[in-house]
Write a protein that binds this ligand. Structure first.
Ligand SMILES: NC(=O)c1ccc[n+]([C@@H]2O[C@H](COP(=O)([O-])OP(=O)(O)OC[C@H]3O[C@@H](n4cnc5c(N)ncnc54)[C@H](OP(=O)(O)O)[C@@H]3O)[C@@H](O)[C@H]2O)c1
Length: 401
């Protein structure tokens, strides 16, 4: 394999750190051209020292001085670019051929578009971008010959199960879900604390996706992601709870055969696959011993206890700008939950109220989805603020569903 020159957007996050672990293992195969982050200057400085990128981009421009100071003693210092323009510029850096999109939220959308327009091979973890602008992204990827290799473990599994098959023969995609920390929880879901929601049983991830996994919104977003990535209609995508997170997803074919991909849950495997595709190489993930695993459980999801899943699937079926409004409202709701302003079940309530007010536009352009993203964020924030004011509990903070 020729040395791959990579840019990692979101290098200080859970995906970024795991991606750099893959690079560390295969230093001769990968050269890091650029790294991008937002606020974690200390970790970014350490990464710069170790991986010596040509450029770093900081979403939060106000931290660039602090970063410059932190790396002032280094002999080889990268250029520092800032803001969305800096991230986009890094995403299309002429020296790179691969861009790993590991930022969280729809802030990753414009850098992703820049990388695609520059014809890069994309490793896509940033699912929100695809949920928000799926048709636009897939059309651009085709037009600019910029292949998208999924990093999400479920989509990586599906991608692998589709290799060498005819898309016309796909009968169904089955996305597996761990069920999150509350799959068997019998207490009051509305009383769930932030610490409980952030304690995922099988995956160690960033805060937003961990809360999304607890509400099952994550699985709904993943269904929409799969719909756009693989061109499979929403009604041919099923969800099954699989608490062990060993079977990462499956594809069912016309003849009834089902192909799945299995491994211990460790993001370094799908990340490495996205970076090395079509080659495979040894990973730090220990091989699976099926006799030790012994059993694999599967169950139907409970839509009534986890309304986010149904809300997301409905938005995916509605299409147009509905997924963009869903994703933006959810980002605001999850942040409000983490900040202690909303209860756990307040998340689906808030997202549905925003969606109920949204007038869906069909066949949206990039500008349309960006506008809807802004609109839905404003709606969600105004909703939180006005409820807080009405409840007269401004100092207590918590709003119930
Ligand atoms: N974690 C997983 O195992 C996993 C699995 C599948 C899919 N995903 C998807 O991958 C994406 C990243 O997830 P994560 O868990 O890695 O999230 P995370 O740990 O919260 O990391 C997010 C990264 O994005 C950066 N970032 C946030 N806002 C930014 C901005 N405005 N400009 C530049 N960088 C910005 C953060 O920088 P700072 O830290 O410096 O602020 C951080 O590096 C999400 O879309 C998630 O759904 C994650």
């Amino acid at each position: 394999m020729n040395q791959r020159k990579i840019v990692i957007l979101g290098s200080t996050g859970s995906i970024g750190v795991n991606a750099l672990d893959v690079v560390r293992r295969y230093k001769r195969q990968y050269q890091v051209i650029g790294l991008a982050a937002n606020s974690n200057v200390e970790l970014l400085a350490k990464q710069i020292k170790e991986f010596q990128p040509d450029v770093v981009a900081l979403g939060d421009a106000s931290r660039s001085e602090k970063l410059a100071k932190a790396i002032s003693g280094l002999r080889k210092k990268p250029q520092i670019w800032t803001g969305t323009a800096g991230l986009e510029r890094l995403a299309r850096h002429p020296k790179s051929d691969h861009v790993l999109c590991g930022m969280v939220g729809s802030r990753g959308l414009l850098p992703l578009v820049a990388a695609i327009k520059a014809g890069k091979t994309i490793g896509l973890a940033n699912k929100e971008s695809l949920v928000v602008a799926g048709d636009v992204i897939m059309a651009l990827s085709k037009k600019h010959k910029a292949p998208i290799i999924p990093v999400d473990s479920e989509h990586s599994a599906i991608y692998q199960c589709l290799q060498g098959q005819r898309s016309a023969d796909v009968a169904r995609i089955i996305l597996t879900a761990s069920g999150g920390p509350f799959y068997r929880y019998e207490g009051d879901l509305d009383a769930i604390s932030v610490a409980q929601a952030l304690n995922h049983p099988t995956w160690k991830m960033g805060a937003k996706i961990t809360v999304d996994s607890a509400t099952l919104m994550n699985k709904g977003l993943e269904a929409i992601e799969a719909h756009y990535l693989f061109g499979v209609p929403m009604d041919k995508i099923s969800i099954v709870i699989h608490p062990q997170s060993i079977v990462h997803s499956l594809v069912e074919y016309a003849d009834g055969a089902m192909l799945g991909q299995l491994s211990h849950p460790d993001m370094r495997l799908p990340i490495q696959y996205a970076l090395s595709h079509p080659a495979r190489a040894v990973t730090a993930v220990k091989p699976l011993k099926l006799d030790e695993v012994a059993r694999l459980d599967f169950a139907a999801p409970d839509f009534s206890r986890f309304p986010c899943l149904k809300i997301a699937l409905d938005a995916g079926k509605r299409g147009g700008t509905a997924p963009a409004a869903l994703s933006a409202a959810n980002e605001v709701a999850v942040k409000a939950f983490i900040d202690g302003q909303l209860t756990f079940m307040g998340i689906p309530s808030l997202v549905s109220r925003v969606l109920a007010r949204h007038k869906v536009r069909n066949k949206p352009t990039l500008d349309d989805v960006l506008e809807v993203d802004r609109w839905a964020r404003e709606q969600a924030q105004t909703d939180i603020d006005s409820r807080q004011a009405r409840s007269g509990r401004m100092n207590e903070g918590l709003i119930h569903a």
